[in-house]
Design a protein around this ligand. Structure first.
Ligand code: AMP
Length: 313
């Protein structure tokens, strides 16, 4: 078990990274790799999968823990978001990461609490940021893109080191948008996706699950079950029947469905009826979001191209 160093200022974490890189280079490492895992804390086994992958692929691993006010459109949700830095630091250490960056809001956004309501300059997530999560949470992805761009520039190591940033498939729309952010803004960061981690019940792990009671936990299972039905249909080469999956969710009156859609994984554009009616020719993505009062949950599943056998049935 590591005891990671915790930094709260931009300069201190930058200097620590620069120092580690210098040491590695002087030990003969020609191209040290720095892995960054951005999180909002309240870490669980889903985050741990990101930490483990980052540890296995990098020389230095940094975990940022920052509940980013810019990505919350509901101030109550922001206030209620769980915060537990001490427990998080222990989990980070148990998974072998080296450094934690846990800045205050004022550090990330100087002047945030003044009348200016800084920052003045932000990153726009564009059209992709207005769909699905963005439609229900206006400005959410602008906030995500702004904070992650800042985290990348803060943690960008000096040459010859390279930056690798880890994101979970759990937030599939976020991952797609951040890929575009890096490429559209020419930010030299290698984006590393990590598969979605579920509880044995099938529920996608999320920091928000701790706000569900037992009944809510069991209602929440309808989301992954609906996605499984769509995956089964895709695997068998059957028409993708979104209505039948939606019925599984609608049966539970304590769930308020926001969206259930099958999309192209890169562009996030919904597949048209024709494409849904035929066996998939390329992988698709099923996205779902729902409220189990008042907790908002999201989940998704990759829908595969049917295997040869099912295709010919
Ligand atoms: P968050 O702290 O919720 O902002 O999440 C930080 C990172 O962990 C994001 O890249 C998430 O996609 C990822 N993550 C959260 N939950 C899971 C999960 N169940 N499986 C995989 N990655 C996850």
């Amino acid at each position: 078990m590591n005891t990671p160093q915790v930094f709260i200022t931009v300069d201190s974490v930058r200097n620590a990274i620069a120092q580690r890189v210098q040491e590695l280079v002087s030990q003969g490492n020609a191209r040290p790799k720095v892995g960054l895992v951005p999180t909002m804390g309240a870490l669980h086994d889903g985050h741990a999968a990101l930490l483990d992958k980052a540890r296995s692929e990098n020389d230095v691993v940094v975990v940022s823990v920052f509940v980013n006010p810019l990505q919350f459109n509901d101030p109550v949700d922001y206030e209620n978001y769980p915060r537990q830095l001490e427990a998080d630091t222990q989990l980070v250490g148990a998974h072998g990461a080296d450094l934690v960056f846990a800045p205050a809001v004022e550090t990330m956004y100087p002047g945030y609490f003044s009348e200016d309501n800084a920052p003045q300059i932000t990153v726009s997530a564009g059209h992709m940021g207005t769909m699905f999560e963005g439609a229900s949470r206006p400005g959410h992805f602008d906030g995500v893109c702004t904070v992650v761009t800042k985290l990348w520039t803060i943690h960008m190591p000096p040459a010859p080191a390279t930056l690798h940033s880890y994101f979970g498939q759990k937030d599939a729309q976020q991952l797609a948008i951040l890929r575009r952010t890096a490429s559209d803004l020419n930010i030299p960061v290698d984006i590393r996706p990590v598969g979605l981690v579920r509880a044995p019940s099938g529920l996608a792990l999320s920091s928000r699950n701790m706000r569900l009671d037992d009944a809510g936990m069991s209602s929440a299972l309808a989301l992954s079950q609906a996605l499984h039905l769509l995956r089964w249909q895709a695997e068998k080469g059957r028409p993708l029947n979104i209505d039948s999956a939606q019925q599984m969710i609608d049966e539970d009156k304590s769930i308020t469905l926001d969206y259930l859609e099958v999309v192209d994984p890169t562009t996030l554009m919904p597949l048209d009826e024709d494409t849904l009616a035929k066996p998939l020719k390329q992988e698709a993505l099923a996205l779902v979001a729902a409220y189990i009062s008042p907790v908002r949950l999201i989940d998704n599943m990759v829908l595969p191209v049917p295997s040869g056998d099912s295709n010919t049935q």
